[in-house]
Design a protein around this ligand. Sequence first.
Ligand SMILES: [Zn+2]
Ligand SMILES: [Zn+2]
Length: 136
Amino acid sequence: MRNILKEMGFKATPARLAILYVLSRSKTPLNAEDILGELKKNNKHKKINEATVYRTLSALEEGTLLKRIDRRRESAYFELAKKHHHHISCLGCDAIEDFENDKIEAALGRITRGSYKFSRITDHSLELFGLCKKCS
Ligand SMILES: [Zn+2]
Ligand SMILES: [Zn+2]
């Protein structure tokens, strides 16, 4: 983590390291409140408050280290930006599932070629929403 931060031009502050550590251990995207809860469990991070978590998350997102996930909730969710993928979020509970699909990626690539105004698409976001098997 320390090296990744340095490579991205970030100073490896204790808050950044702690937040990245929490996100790296989580199987699902987390919001600021979740992260703060995890940090509070571990008494070492008493000095990290809500404002620091918000500030750190947005800084790391701008540095493309984190990805913001739209879960149709009031708060923003984040995960470590690793291999490109998408999510299906349950609107009834916390269930979330990752998916990737080569055909979708190829189809999105073709959209660029058909565009009048754009010669390059650099990123996209695509999230699916519904009810999980337990909620439906
Ligand atoms: Zn559900
Ligand atoms: Zn994609």
